[in-house]
Every structure is written in C-alpha cells, then in structure tokens.
Design a protein around this ligand. Structure first.
Ligand code: ATP
Length: 327
C-alpha cells in the first residue's frame, strides 16, 4: 500500500550536456501512480534525453531521477525491473516469431521461466496481438510491429511505462488504435509518453509536461495550460455578420486596442483593458446597427497554447509557479 503513495517518478534538477551543448537544463517534475503524462515538445526539446535517463540508458550530467523510489544511477537494476520502455525505434528482430521474440524479451527482463508463457499471453491479449503470435515479425504492418514493441515494454509487468513517440510513422487508424492501447495500459500503470503531436496529448493524457529547449515551460492539465496562456495573452474575440474591411478598421480604431488579429472567423482585439474594449465594442456595434454574432474572452486552443509556450521569447516560469497536477 505504501508503495502506491510514493511518486512513480521523481526528477530533480536533471541536466544533461552533450559536449558544450546543454540538452536538458534543470528539469524537475514528479508523477503520481496511475497518471498518464504526455511529454510534449518540439523536435530537439529534450524528450528522448529525459526518457533515456529515466530508463537507465544514459547518465545525467547532474541532478537525480528516481523510478518507483529507486535511483536510476545507483539502483539501476531495480529501476529496470520497475520500468518498461518503448524506444523511438524499437530494435525488433525481424526474422523472429512474435512469440519467440516476446519470450526472449521476458527472459531478458528477468521473468521466471515458468511464468513466461503466462506473461506473453497477457501482454499479447492487452496489445491485441494474440492472432499474430505465430507470425514472423517482418510480415507485420508497422502498426502491429508497434504493438509488439508495446508488448515487450509491459512483458514483465512494470509499474511505470515510458513510450518514446509511440505513434510516430503510423497511419491515422493505427494512431487511434495505439492511443487506445496507451489508455488501456494507463488503467494499471503510470505512463509517460512523448510526442510532438498536440492532439495526442489532449486525447490521451491527464497531464501535459511541455518541454522546450531543455526546460519545462508548462506542467498541468490542458485547461490549466490554456489558462496560463490566456492570462498572458488576453483579448476580446468579436464576431460580426458580414465582417468586412470597413468594420474591421472601425474595430481596430476602438480606444485602447493596441493590436487586432483575425481569429476563428472574427477578430481578436488586444489591449491592456479587456473590459473597456468589450464595452466600447458593444457601443460601436449598437451605434452602427451591426449584427453581433458573439463577443467572448479569448480562449486559446491547443495549437495556440503550444505555440505560445514554445515561442523563443517565452521565459520558463520558476518551478514554484508551475502548476503541478496531482494524480
Ligand atoms: N548523442 C548526442 N550528441 C549530441 N547532441 C545530442 C545527442 N543526442 C541528442 N542531442 C541533442 O540534444 C537535443 C535534445 O535531443 P532529444 O533527442 O532529447 O530531443 P527530443 O525532444 O526527443 O526531439 P525529437 O522530437 O526530435 O526526438 C537536440 O538538440 C539533439 O540534437
């Protein structure tokens, strides 16, 4: 019981340099048991580096990381027992039969011989591979190969599963299938998976850790991240019937409007006082006899949140300011 109360993952001020290049710069986060966390960031953000450190494939330059309470450096054998890993490109042995490959991986992961058959059966069922178990790996589609990759990651029933870009290179149907599988695995285990696909995190995760240039720039649910962006990037979104250039010019001329951008079929009016802009806008609409379709406070969509938080001018908040979602 006590084990369940401990964070599954605790990362403290983790840094990694490749020569002079700092790929990870003081990353700290913790993940509670049972969470599905999306590790989101643009290419080169430091996602794979973090995952390799957590799975004992690479040592950090400084800082510490624990998995299920064990230190990845000092207690790597214990960590390997507790963690399952699907690397970005999983080394599958093409000419092996799926069953034999999973048997081999179960052996490597220390599953007792008498328990291996049961472990393979369970992992194959969970990943929808049962009917492919006798096939050679080279015969399988990319989607099924990815299932084999997932099956080997969970063969030894780890508490924590780390998946590096698990949907990369799959077609849209395969992506949906793998996402469902991740959710299924997440019912029993703590899951961290990396992606640079925005839709993926909102479809699958309880929590998003957004990383950019080796630093965590946001941490929380999608709603919390949206709020953080909306607070910094406020505005009033106005939609009018027949919104033409003339009307746009008049809206832009409202006192206090510093900037106007097209936004979802309307315009976003940006200034320092949203309430004053809204009031002036309503007056203008009434005086001109225009038909108002809607007037709302700006709410960024996922794409805008991602863009705003990974922009070059974005300053990562101090750790204490990051909203950490508890599981
Ligand atoms: N072995 C290495 N030697 C030198 N630089 C490296 C090495 N591995 C990674 N890097 C650099 O470190 C940075 C972080 O890389 P990492 O693979 O962790 O990013 P990522 O977020 O997983 O990106 P992607 O989505 O492209 O896989 C990148 O700029 C990358 O070029």
């Amino acid at each position: 019981m006590e084990d369940n109360l401990k964070p599954s993952i605790e990362v403290d001020k983790l840094s990694k340099s490749y020569g002079d290049f700092v790929a990870l710069d003081g990353v700290s986060f913790s993940v509670q048991p049972g969470q599905i966390v999306g590790f989101l960031g643009p290419n080169g953000a430091g996602k794979t580096t973090t995952m390799k450190i957590l799975t004992c494939f690479m040592a950090a330059s400084s800082g510490s990381a624990k998995v299920a309470g064990y230190d990845v450096y000092d207690e790597s054998e214990k960590v390997r027992e507790k963690i399952g890993y699907l690397p970005e490109s999983v080394p599958l042995y093409e000419d092996m039969i799926v069953y034999d490959y999973l048997n081999f991986m179960a052996e490597i992961r220390g599953v007792e011989k008498s328990k291996r058959h049961g472990a393979i059966k369970r992992a194959a069922e969970l990943t929808g591979l049962t009917h492919m178990i006798g096939r050679e790996i080279f015969e399988l589609s990319k989607g099924y190969r990815q299932r084999v990759g997932l099956a080997q990651a969970i063969i030894h029933e780890p508490d924590v599963v780390i998946l590096d870009e698990p949907t990369s290179g799959l077609d849209p149907n395969q992506i949906l299938e793998i996402r469902d599988l991740i959710k299924e695995i997440g019912r029993e285990k703590t899951v961290i998976f990396s992606t640079h696909i925005l839709g993926e995190v909102s479809a699958v995760c309880d929590r998003i850790i957004l990383i950019n240039r080796g630093k965590i720039v946001a941490d929380g649910s999608f709603e919390e991240l949206s709020k953080q962006v909306a607070e910094r990037e406020r505005g009033v979104v106005v939609r009018l019937k027949d919104l033409n250039a003339e009307k746009k010019l008049a809206l832009k001329g409202i006192s206090g409007v510093a900037e106007m951008v097209d936004h979802l079929g309307g315009v976003k009016l940006v200034g320092s006082d949203d309430d004053a802009i809204r009031k002036a806008c309503l007056e203008l609409v009434q005086n001109e006899g225009w038909e108002l379709l809607s007037i709302d406070t700006y709410r960024p969509d996922l794409e805008e949140v991602f863009r705003a938080l990974t922009r070059d001018d974005f300053v990562a908040p101090e750790k204490d300011d990051l909203k950490v979602a508890e599981g």
